[in-house]
Design a binder for this molecule. Structure first.
Ligand SMILES: Nc1ncnc2c1ncn2[C@@H]1O[C@H](COP(=O)(O)OP(=O)(O)OP(=O)(O)O)[C@@H](O)[C@H]1O
Ligand SMILES: [Mg+2]
Length: 463
């Protein structure tokens, strides 16, 4: 809508403000006009009355008296020269006066009040105006006159002022409107158009804005936008390169895993070789290949991790933790490691069972791998519980705590591993799977006496 646009608002507000200013000018102007009008009548009356000075007894012929009064535009005149002497010109039938107005020392408010009284009235009154004679020609002068011509003159003057105000306000508004369009609205339109064009293809560096605005504030906005778009385009290009690299890596990992699986089969056969030297090196080869296959698989699953949304089913928390404990116990070697789980009551969870299995077993496997690296081994304890609005699983061990590198790069892919053969993906994938459930994976505690990880999954699904 036009009124809602910047230029529309400007047009409307300018008209309103100029009109308001004109009204403020109008009121004192008409009051002043009336005062001048009456003052002029007094002066004319004074001049007319001076004709009497030329006569011996301050009297003139009635015909001349009527002519003098008519020329002065009044009904009668009284000029008091001093305490003793008055000059009087009057009609044969003096009119009855309806209202007296004394101009001597009248305040601005009185004058404003009186002019409105005249305008509102019907103009049928006879008024007497009292003032001081000019050039000290006497003590006081008063004239009686019809109000009608006064009222007509005031209204005519008022209408002229109003017409002028309207012309001035409309001209000013139109000029301001055009100026605002030229200096503000057009540059803003250009800016908005540019932002839209850039949004369509942010990788196209040619679409970055070139500051042109003449108005300082808009020029600054364009400059800030230019620098932001520059940075955005650059990081977008970088991200695109990384994405391309990522997809290349996952293709390589995929093919490499297949090649390595074949190599694994061949290495397995080498274990049953007759040659003792081959037999001796075979387990090392199998281990290395297994690690390489794991790395490929982890990389591939990380590439896919973001795509798979959790498939929610109901299952028993106790069973899940038992399964994890059992399969991890199978992997425990010669070092003494105990893995136990405990769940209060029969807690039913609603989540993606497969994904939560991977999360918790990743945490348990990390703890087991750390404990296995020292001769005294250790204990791993899984605890399951539920709160009114969340399910909680904690994995606690009495190992040496997270190393600084792992802690600094917690949940960042490929960066936190300190384990030989570790890819640094386990915790990153686990955190991502938990986030996918709207939950949180956190380290509650990590000291040289042990580490506690906690998985917290909210019960209510977002609506
Ligand atoms: N319970 C723990 N106690 C001590 N250190 C831990 C524990 N859990 C993880 N870490 C450390 O954090 C590092 C990162 O773990 P993460 O699971 O992300 O990678 P990784 O185990 O090295 O490799 P993978 O991708 O095969 O899991 C590990 O290398 C390990 O040093
Ligand atoms: Mg791990």
């Amino acid at each position: 809508m036009f009124v809602k646009s910047l230029s529309g608002r400007f047009l409307l507000l300018t008209i309103i403000f100029v009109m308001l200013a004109e009204v403020l000018i109008f009121v004192p102007s008409v009051a002043r006009f009336r005062e001048d009008y009456l003052q002029e009548r007094l002066e004319r009356g004074q001049i007319a009355s001076l004709a009497l000075l030329a006569t011996p007894n301050d009297m003139v012929e009635p015909a001349l008296e009527a002519e003098l009064l008519e020329n002065a535009g009044v009904l009668n005149i009284v000029l008091r020269r001093d305490e003793m002497r008055e000059l009087i010109l009057s009609m044969p039938m003096p009119a009855t006066v309806d209202k007296d107005y004394d101009l001597r020392g009248a305040s601005a408010w009185t004058l404003i009040h009186d002019v409105f009284e005249t305008m509102i009235g019907d103009g049928e009154r006879v008024i007497r105006v009292i003032g001081a004679p000019v050039k000290g020609a006497g003590l006081l002068i008063e004239v009686a006159m019809d109000e009608r011509p006064l009222r007509a003159a005031i209204i005519d003057y008022g209408l002229r002022i109003l017409t002028l105000s309207a012309v001035i306000s409309i001209t000013t508004a139109i000029l301001l409107f055009l100026a605002v369009r030229l200096f503000v609205v057009r540059p803003i339109d250009r800016l908005v158009g540019q932002i839209k064009a850039y949004g369509d293809a942010p990788e196209d560096a040619r679409r970055i804005i070139q500051p042109q605005a003449g108005v300082t504030e808009l020029f600054e906005a364009e400059t800030a936008l230019q620098s932001m778009q520059g940075q955005l385009s650059q990081s977008l290009r970088q991200k695109q390169r990384l994405a391309a690299l990522g997809s290349a890596v996952s293709k390589i990992s995929h093919d490499l895993r297949n090649i390595l699986t074949t190599a694994q089969l061949l290495a397995d056969r080498m274990e049953v070789s007759e040659d003792p030297r081959v037999q001796k090196s075979a387990p090392k080869l199998v281990n290395s290949i297994t690690r390489a296959v794991n790395l490929c698989e982890n990389t591939l699953s990380f590439g896919k991790a973001e795509e798979s949304a959790p498939v929610i089913t109901e299952f028993s928390m106790k069973h899940l933790l038992n399964d994890i404990v059992e399969s991890e116990l199978l992997a425990v070697g010669d070092v003494p490691i105990s893995i136990t789980s405990q769940v209060e009551g029969d807690v039913q969870m609603a989540a993606d069972q497969e994904q939560i299995y991977r999360v918790v077993s990743n945490l348990v496997r990390n703890a087991r791998q750390v404990l296995e690296s020292r001769p005294e081994g250790g204990k791993i304890r899984l605890t399951g519980a539920q709160e009114p609005d969340a399910w909680l699983v904690t994995v606690q061990d009495d190992g040496p705590g997270l190393p600084a590198k792992a802690l600094d790069n917690l949940f960042k892919p490929f960066q936190g591993s300190v384990r030989q053969g570790g890819s640094g993906l386990g915790l990153a994938i686990a955190a991502e799977l938990v986030n996918g459930h709207g939950g949180k994976l956190e380290v509650l505690e990590t000291t040289p006496e042990g580490t506690v990880f906690r998985v917290c999954l909210p019960k209510d699904s977002p609506s």
